[in-house]
Design a protein around this ligand. Structure first.
Ligand code: CMP
Length: 139
């Protein structure tokens, strides 16, 4: 089944100039980029994006971090790409991430973990709509 998912290259990775390396790992896996932009979230925009985590103890720190610098957001398309991208990212905590994954290679810790990917079809739809209009999605 062809799916779409939202990818974010987070501030820790953009700050270290890892956009190209991470996008290469994504593209080498065969997924297609059908939308992309670079932006910096405000604290309120980061709160809105991560609203599902608002009761978590790490919410304030997470939203400070996610609004601390530029991010690269993109929409990926491919066969089962929601699960596929999560496999390529690796575990949320890089200490548990497998060799060959983005987080194993680049994540700094459980919060500054370099990338985000949607976890299910309904969240993918909501997350893509958070950043992109239909006109910005090609293909
Ligand atoms: P992400 O996949 O974007 O989804 C929620 C984010 O919250 C996660 O990646 C991490 O950046 C962060 N996160 C998850 N668990 C923790 C934690 N225990 N402590 C700090 N940050 C966390």
């Amino acid at each position: 089944m062809t799916q779409r998912t939202l990818s974010i290259i987070k501030p820790d990775a953009v700050q270290r100039n890892l956009q190209g390396a991470i996008l290469k790992m994504i593209q080498d896996s065969g997924m297609k980029i059908v939308a992309m932009k670079m932006l910096q979230l405000s604290k309120d925009e980061a709160r809105g994006f991560y609203a599902v985590h608002q009761d978590k103890p790490f919410f304030d720190s997470l939203t400070d971090y996610m609004s601390s610098g530029p991010i690269v957001v993109s929409i990926l398309e491919g066969e089962n790409c929601i699960e596929k991208y999560r496999d390529i990212m690796g575990a949320t905590n890089p200490q548990n991430a497998q060799e060959g994954t983005i987080r194993k290679a680049y994540a700094l810790d459980i919060e500054k973990n370099s990338v985000h990917g949607s976890d299910a079809p309904d969240t993918a739809e909501a997350e893509m709509a958070y950043f992109f209009s239909r006109m910005e999605m090609v293909g």
